[in-house]
Design a protein around this ligand. Structure first.
Ligand code: EPZ
Length: 422
C-alpha cells in the first residue's frame, strides 16, 4: 500500500495553482444525468472521487470521455437506473444520482451508503425531499428504491429542518425536470450549491434565489436540460484553505493562484486572528506567516461560516501556536479521528464531547501515523511538514480521493515529500 514520507522542518516558497472543487464537480457530474445531450466539463480535479463518479455514470450506460481535467459526458445512452452497492460503498456522494435519475427516468434504486468515518451521515433528508415531490420511496435489500408518478415528479415546497449540502443538491436536481415550481426552504448556501443551481438554471430550469437559503426551481415538466456551453468547475475552497494552513505551519510565504477569495474568507479571517496576513489580488492570494502564531477559537458551521472540512487542518496548525485553541465541531459527531494521530506527532490535544482543546507544544516530532478520512489526512500532512524528522503517513488513499497532485504541488513549493510503497 502507498504511504507518504515527509521530512519536516523545511521552509516553503512559491506558487500553487488551486484545482477545481471536488465537491462541486461531484454534484455537477450528477446533474449531467438531467440532459440527453453531450456536456463538456472543465477544470475537474484529477482525483479518485471524480473518476469514481464518472465510472458510476458509465455503469448507468452513459458515455464518458475523460482526460485529466476535462470530460465529455453523454447521458443520452443511460439504460440503467441502479447505483449498485459496490460503487456507493466506495463513495457516499454516489447518492447524488438519486434526484436526477428520479427526475428524468421516474425511477431509480440507489444503494444505502452505510457507515462513515466522520459520523452517521444518514440520508433521511434526501428521501424526504423527493417524497415531497411525490416520489414513493421504499428501502429494499439495502437499496433506496424510488418511483415517481407516471407523469413525473410534481413541484412542491421542500422544507429542510436541518441544513444539508447533499440533500439540497438532490432536491435541486429532482426539482429540475419536475412539473411546476418547487421551493426549497432552509437550503444550504455553499458555493457548490450555487454552482449547481447556476448550471440547472443555464440548462433550462430557471432557478431563483441562487446563493440564498430559499431556492425556487421552475421545473421543465419532463424536458431534459441542455447545456450548450461547457461547465467550468469553481476553484476548490478546501484545497485552497489547506495550502494556507501549510503556509501557516511552515512559516512560509505562499501564493495561491486561481482561487475565489470570497469562498475562503472564514479561513482568511481565522488565520488573521492567528497573526498571519495576506496580499489579495483578483484570483490569487499571497499568504504571509505570523511572527507569533497565536491560538484561535473555531466553531464549525454551514457556509458562510467556518467549514467542517477545514477543522482538522486548523487543528494541525494550532498545535504549535503560542496559546491555547478551542475547536468545536458542530456538523459531524465523529470528526476528530485525527486527534490521536496528531498526538502521536507530539501535539497536546484534549477532547471533551465535540470540543477539542489544543494546548500548544514547542515542536512536533516525526512518527508513523494513519490517515482516517480525507481532511484528517491533510491535517497529518500539514503537521508532518512542521514536525522534526521524518513522518510516514499510511492509508493515503483517503488523500488521493480529494487532493489533486498533492505531492507534486508540495514538492514544487520545496517540501520534502515522497510517495513510497510498503
Ligand atoms: C458535504 O457532505 C460534503 N461532501 C462534505 O465534504 C462536507 O463535510 C459536508 O457537505 C458539510 O459541509 C460532498 O459535497 C460530496 P450534509 P454531505 O448533508 O452533503 C446531517 C469532504 O471532506 N444529515 O451537509 O453529506 C449530516 O449527518 C466531505 O470533502 C442528516 O441528518 O453533508 C451532517 O450532520 C466530507 N440527514 C449534517 O446533516 C441527511 O439526510 C450536514 O451534512 C443528510 C445530512
Amino acid at each position: 500500500m502507498d504511504y507518504l514520507e515527509i521530512e519536516g522542518g523545511h521552509k516553503l516558497k512559491g506558487n500553487v495553482v488551486i484545482s477545481g472543487a471536488k465537491n462541486s464537480a461531484l454534484a455537477v457530474i450528477g446533474a449531467t444525468i438531467l440532459s440527453d445531450k453531450k456536456i463538456v466539463l472543465k477544470n475537474l480535479p484529477n482525483v479518485v472521487d471524480i473518476r469514481t463518479m464518472l465510472k458510476l455514470l458509465t455503469m448507468l450506460g452513459a458515455k464518458v470521455e475523460h482526460n485529466d481535467t476535462e470530460a465529455i459526458v453523454d447521458c443520452s445512452t443511460i439504460n440503467s437506473t441502479k447505483a449498485v452497492y459496490e460503487i456507493v460503498a466506495q463513495m457516499r456522494a454516489s447518492i447524488l444520482v438519486l434526484g436526477p435519475l428520479l427526475s428524468r427516468f421516474k425511477e431509480c434504486s440507489v444503494s444505502l451508503p452505510g457507515g462513515c468515518a466522520i459520523g452517521q451521515r444518514p440520508i433521511d433528508l434526501h428521501i424526504k425531499a423527493v417524497e415531497a415531490l411525490g416520489a414513493n420511496v421504499e428501502l429494499k435489500e439495502g437499496y433506496v428504491v424510488a418511483t415517481a408518478p407516471s407523469s413525473g415528479l410534481n413541484g412542491n415546497k421542500i422544507i429542510f429542518d436541518k441544513i444539508t449540502v447533499g440533500g439540497t443538491e438532490n432536491a435541486l436536481m429532482a426539482a429540475a425536470m419536475a412539473n411546476g415550481v418547487t421551493e426549497i426552504i432552509n437550503a444550504a448556501k455553499e458555493p457548490e450549491i450555487t454552482q449547481l443551481a447556476q448550471m440547472i438554471d443555464m440548462g433550462g430550469a430557471k432557478v431563483e434565489g441562487i446563493g440564498t437559503s430559499r431556492l425556487t426551481v421552475h421545473g421543465t415538466n419532463g424536458k431534459a436540460l441542455e447545456f450548450k456551453e461547457p461547465i467550468e468547475i469553481i476553484p476548490d475552497r478546501i484545497e485552497a484553505g489547506t495550502y494556507l494552513c501549510v503556509g501557516a505551519i511552515t512559516n512560509s510565504e505562499i501564493t495561491l493562484d486561481r482561487v475565489n477569495i470570497e469562498h475562503i474568507q472564514t479561513s482568511i479571517n481565522k488565520l488573521e486572528e492567528m497573526g498571519c496576513s495576506f496580499e489579495l489580488a483578483e484570483n490569487s492570494i499571497t499568504f504571509k506567516p505570523a511572527s507569533n502564531l497565536k491560538g484561535v477559537n473555531i466553531v464549525t458551521t454551514e457556509y458562510p461560516g467556518f467549514p467542517t472540512d477545514m477543522q482538522a487542518q486548523f487543528m494541525a496548525v494550532a498545535t504549535i501556536a503560542s496559546s491555547e485553541s478551542l475547536i468545536e465541531e458542530r456538523l459531524f459527531e465523529n470528526r476528530f479521528m485525527h486527534v490521536s494521530e496528531l498526538n502521536r506527532l507530539g501535539s497536546d490535544i484534549w477532547l471533551k464531547g465535540n470540543t477539542a482543546a489544543v494546548r500548544p507544544v514547542k515542536e512536533l516530532n516525526g512518527a508513523t501515523v494513519m490517515a482516517t478520512d480525507l481532511r484528517a489526512s491533510s491535517a497529518l500532512v500539514i503537521a508532518a511538514l512542521a514536525a522534526k524528522g521524518t513522518t510516514k503517513i499510511k492509508r493515503i488513499y483517503h488523500l488521493d480521493r480529494g487532493y489533486d497532485r498533492l505531492e507534486d504541488k508540495l514538492s514544487k513549493l520545496g517540501a520534502k515529500i515522497v510517495r513510497k510503497r510498503d
